[in-house]
Design a protein around this ligand. Structure first.
Ligand code: SF4
Ligand code: SF4
Length: 304
């Protein structure tokens, strides 16, 4: 790990984070996040599609000090998930991050981060922390990049060179006066590789990171409200929730072929009512899309 937080047992803090399952921990100074302008441009051009909630809280995104008055640092944490793809017995899949066997990662990570935040407050009595797991408008990849834990890939994911991109990010904002070595943001290691751009079935990854969510299967099969655009099902391959195509081909993720057969068949989802879905998946990340959306995705794949 790149250095202790400071002389107040920083090494212990990192050890605890690793013992809890985090794969990387970094610290970035609070303040205007890098790539804020690119993010604002993304919204101004409407490339965020129907995710209108992203338009709100622009001021909060520009300065973590508005989320936690007196914020001095953003502790950024990467928590890995399995590279095995959740699959049905008949060969259909969901994106890896959905982890249908496990509780929704938001809840799990929030609890782990609260544990760590308590450590910070113990070491800095009077300091305050705020845990963010997609729960506050924080440009998490920007801070993770600024903290030096990975580089920004052409697939728009943060990539940790010896880990890849199959991980969640979480942040602890803190007012504690941490002393930490100024991290060197990582240069891109993509080089001349264009595998992700070539593999994207919809052309959602523009050049120069000009990602267009409106074309992205991950957005269309989870967040998009209303009917799927014509032809979407043809591009989904075997994956009826989310999309990992631009990560599967990335050499930093290694071999991506392994599957975890943990899902029922698509027909079972088509026949599942709300009650059965809630009982089986109500506390997992699948609940974000919901059974109505999942059924719609499956039907889109079936369309002749
Ligand atoms: S998630 Fe799928 S559709 Fe979206 S950019 Fe990546 S490859 Fe393209
Ligand atoms: S597939 Fe290649 S270009 Fe895309 S993020 Fe990975 S290394 Fe970079």
């Amino acid at each position: 790990m790149p250095g202790a937080l400071d002389g107040r047992g920083g090494e212990d803090f990192f050890s605890k984070a690793y013992a809890l399952g985090f794969a990387r921990v970094g610290v970035a100074p609070a303040g205007r996040p890098p790539y804020l302008e690119a993010f604002q441009e993304w919204i101004a051009e409407g490339r965020h599609g129907g995710m209108t909630w992203i338009e709100r809280h622009r001021a909060l995104r520009a300065d973590p000090g508005t989320l936690l008055p007196g914020c001095r640092a953003v502790i950024t944490l990467a928590f890995p998930y399995s590279s095995k793809k959740p699959a049905t017995p008949d060969g259909f899949t969901m994106a890896r991050y959905t982890r249908p066997r496990d509780p929704d990662y938001h809840r799990t990570l929030r609890d782990l981060c609260r544990d760590l935040a308590r450590e910070v407050v113990l070491r800095y009595p009077g300091s305050r922390c705020r845990v963010c797991v997609d729960s506050a408008p924080v440009l998490e990849r920007s801070f993770a990049w600024a903290a030096g834990i990975g580089f920004w890939g052409k697939n728009n994911m943060l990539i940790i060179p010896d880990l890849g991109s199959y991980f969640f990010l979480a942040e602890i904002l803190t007012t504690a006066p941490l002393e930490f070595p100024r991290a060197q943001p990582m240069e891109s290691l993509c080089g001349s590789c264009t595998r992700c751009l070539d593999a994207c079935p919809t052309g959602a990854l523009g050049s120069d990171h000009r990602f267009d969510a409106r074309r992205c299967l991950s957005y269309l099969t989870i967040e998009h409200k209303g009917p799927l655009p014509a032809g979407t099902g043809d591009r989904m391959g075997d994956c009826f929730l989310g999309c990992d195509a631009c990560q599967e081909v990335c050499p930093f993720n290694g071999e991506s072929g392994a599957r975890d057969i943990c899902l029922p068949t698509p027909d079972t989802f088509l026949e599942m009512d709300d009650t059965a879905f809630d009982a089986a998946y109500g506390s997992t990340a699948l609940a974000r899309a919901g059974i109505v959306k999942i059924r719609e995705n499956i039907r889109a794949m079936e369309r002749p």
